[in-house]
Design a protein around this ligand. Structure first.
Ligand code: NAP
Length: 296
């Protein structure tokens, strides 16, 4: 039976460490880090993500501001708001909650954020720096996976990591992080996507499998080898009439059966999902230190 990786516990440990660090840095810089979150529209999932970010800031003693706009806001107005925060030294991180309404070009918006404040790590400058192995902001969900490996002493070095999914927010960045010639990485990485004729050909070879495809319980026991480390990034709603909300959340992995074969596995919920906000806080503190130390 696999060791269940406890994302909740690790995320709260990280937040506690950040809180203590912020206390110390407050004395050094006479200032605290700040994160501004910009939410456009009223997508319920986005609202809930944004609320958890604001709550995490207050838990760790970080300054936070939430800018809400309805979906009628023009792209130019949004760009002006971002530019204002690029020049506001109370804020070291700027996060624009995605997705944006259709009339707004997400790439243009991301590119308008000062890369030094791009704590989501989505700006092309930061993506490029990640690919060539320079200091950058790791996108928060892949960074959470990297951190879970570290805290569970799982060393990807020389291991075959198979990533199912090639999105810009999970699949590609986690692959790029893990193939870097660095401590905590240095893996041999295979990235799969929907054009793979038979995904199991690849997943069966994985020492570490990262599932980020957005398909409920898709990875079955017969698709993995004995002793595999399984990281389930999926967050999928499936109907469940026994629940008050009428649904429950499951991952991309058939947890019950795959956990019998795996050596380590992340549950859903309670695994990777909770790490994302913790790593956003970590990135914002990193941005604060970089920006403030350059001033002195
Ligand atoms: P996405 O943008 O929809 O990308 C899904 C990827 O999976 C695509 O690259 C797609 O291939 C690939 N794919 C789909 N079906 C496949 C199949 N049968 N075999 C192989 N590859 C397949 O999704 P995402 O944003 O990366 O998110 C993935 C999942 O993680 C979702 O459930 C999402 O809710 C969850 N998520 C969780 C967190 C968190 O924990 N904090 C953060 C982000 C996302 P193509 O490129 O060919 O279409």
């Amino acid at each position: 039976m696999a060791v269940i990786i406890d994302g909740k516990k690790i995320a709260s440990e990280i937040k506690e460490e950040l809180k203590q660090k912020i206390e110390l840095l407050k004395t050094k810089y006479n200032k605290i880090p700040g994160l501004v979150t910009i939410l456009v529209g009223d997508n319920p999932a986005s609202q809930s993500y944004v609320n958890s970010k604001v709550k995490a800031c207050s838990e760790i003693g970080m300054n936070s501001m939430l800018e809400r706009h309805d979906d009628k806001i023009s792209q130019n107005d949004l760009l002006r708001i971002i530019n204002k925060y690029n020049n506001d030294n109370r804020f070291h991180g700027i996060l624009v909650q995605l997705p944006l309404p259709k009339n707004i070009n997400e790439d243009t918006v991301i590119e308008s954020i000062d890369p030094r404040k791009d704590v989501d790590g989505f700006h092309p400058v930061n993506v490029g720096n990640l690919v060539i192995g320079k200091d950058t902001f790791y996108p928060c969900t892949p960074y959470g996976i990297f951190e879970l490996f570290k805290r569970y002493s799982i060393d990807p070095k020389g291991k075959h990591v198979v990533v199912a999914g090639r999105s810009n927010i999970v699949g590609k960045p986690v692959a790029n992080i893990l193939l870097q010639k660095k401590e905590g990485a240095n893996a041999v990485v295979t990235v799969c996507h929907s054009a793979a004729k038979d995904l199991s050909v690849y997943t069966k070879q994985a020492d570490i499998l990262i599932a980020a495809i957005g398909k409920p319980n898709f990875i079955k026991e017969n698709m993995v080898k004995e002793g595999v480390v399984v990281i389930d990034v999926g967050i999928n709603r499936i109907e469940d009439k026994t629940k008050a909300k009428g649904y429950r959340i499951v991952g991309d992995v058939d947890f019950e059966n795959v956990s019998r074969k795996a050596s380590f596995i992340t549950p859903v919920p309670g695994g990777v999902g909770l790490m994302t906000v913790a790593m956003l806080m970590k990135n914002t503190l990193e941005a604060f230190e970089r920006i403030e130390s350059q001033k002195n």
